[in-house]
Design a protein around this ligand. Structure first.
Ligand code: ATP
Length: 366
């Protein structure tokens, strides 16, 4: 279970990875520490170049840390070459052998390990069933679709029963519909095999829907680790709030503080009391973040915590986005879910109030 601390499959301790020398030096990983539990679907999420692939490559053993250590089930894996680590990788490109059949591709790693023929056959049959590719077992992988190739790549990586499976943007080559199907399929495979999955993506929606826990990365650092809900509802930093989902940012100044909550004043002189992350002591200039769906709009401005004028209404079918120019000059978006019996209709130019619960807003570093 994601929220119960389990045993650690992987522990990354103070790992740095520096590429290049002198002026061209890049810290691809800048002292990263994280523990990944057994049987967990763990995602590394972040923009291009933040160090996700570098971290996977260090765990796989394709490269070595400049400093720090990586433990697998408590053992330092530095002395182990890649093929001796109980870790396997699924690459973005799949890296299948096109001249071999589906079954031969799946059995390839087992043959390299010198396993007996009968055992390989049994394991390949089991894997074909797991990824629902039995009917195409004799087909060359150059003659199957992208989604089918993805399944074969997964089966091949799972066949030697690794303790940890590393997946480097494995769905990025698939079209939208297939990607959605494979997301469900991957979750099922992880659940059925009980193998720890470390999944890399820059797609925040993919990370939120698939993961037990997510590590959000930026510029070689891990900024926050948590369950999808934690990360979404309680971002620890502005970057996290901005990278995941849509967020309103309001600049303000702290006027008072109690343990866990701070009262912040805004340009329009409105004040809002909201929580803040552990380890952050709000003072001076801060940013308040509020998700558009956690705010509510009311037709009577007097009933709003903050007030403004409706500047634009954008209809999205399932919901509507209301763009409000606040009296302090900031822009703010409120998202309402549409229902057949929406009680209020708004018009642009109307004065409105915006309300939100104390726990919907969050005070972060400016
Ligand atoms: P993407 O999503 O684009 O794959 P990423 O988050 O996986 O990005 P990495 O590939 O880990 O990022 O790269 C992190 C940083 O390290 C980048 O600045 C990259 O240019 C640099 N880097 C990665 N590999 C090397 C290398 N072999 N030599 C020099 N610099 C490298």
């Amino acid at each position: 279970m994601p929220e119960q601390p389990g045993k650690n499959a992987i522990e990354v301790r103070g790992v740095r990875k520096v590429f290049g020398t002198g002026e061209n030096q890049v810290a691809a990983l800048d002292t990263v520490s994280v523990s990944i539990r057994e049987n967990e679907f763990f995602t590394l999420l972040g923009p291009s170049g933040c160090g996700k692939t570098t971290l996977l490559r260090l765990i796989a053993g394709f490269d070595f840390p400049s400093a720090g250590e990586i433990l697998l089930h408590g053992q330092d894996i530095a002395p182990l070459p890649p093929f001796k680590r109980p870790v396997n990788t699924v690459f973005q490109s799949y890296a299948l052998f096109p001249h071999m059949t589906v079954a031969q591709n799946i059995g390839f790693g087992l043959e390299m390990l010198g396993q007996p023929k009968a055992e390989i056959e049994a394991r390949v049959a089991q894997m074909l069933k797991l990824v629902k590719m039995e009917a195409l077992r004799a087909r060359r992988t150059s003659q199957i679709s992208g989604g089918q190739q993805q399944r074969v790549a997964l089966a091949r990586a799972l066949a030697p029963q690794p303790k940890v499976l590393l997946l480097d943007e494995p769905l990025s080559a698939l079209d939208y519909k297939l990607r959605k199907e494979m997301q469900i399929e991957l979750k099922r495979l992880q659940h059925e095999t009980g193998i720890t999955f470390i999944f890399v993506t820059h797609d925040q929606e993919e990370a939120l829907t698939m993961s037990d826990r997510i590590a959000v990365m930026s510029a070689g650092k891990i900024l926050q680790v948590g369950a999808p809900r934690d990360i979404y509802d309680r971002p620890a930093e502005r970057f996290v709030a901005d990278f995941i989902g849509e967020t309103n940012f309001l600049a303000g100044t702290v006027v008072s503080k109690k343990p866990g909550v701070a009262t912040v004043k805004f340009a329009s002189n409105a004040t809002i009391t909201a929580g803040y992350p552990e380890g952050f002591e709000p003072s001076g200039d801060v940013t308040l973040v509020v998700r558009p769906e956690h705010a509510d709009m009311v037709p009577d401005p007097a009933k709003g915590t903050i007030t403004g004028t409706l500047s634009n209404i954008v209809y999205f079918g399932t919901d509507t986005h209301y763009h409000v120019k606040l009296d302090g000059g900031e822009n703010f978006i409120v998202r309402h879910q549409n229902s057949r019996s929406s009680p209020v209709t708004y018009e642009t130019g109307a004065k409105v109030g915006i309300q939100f619960e104390e726990d919907a807003a969050r005070v972060l570093k400016d």
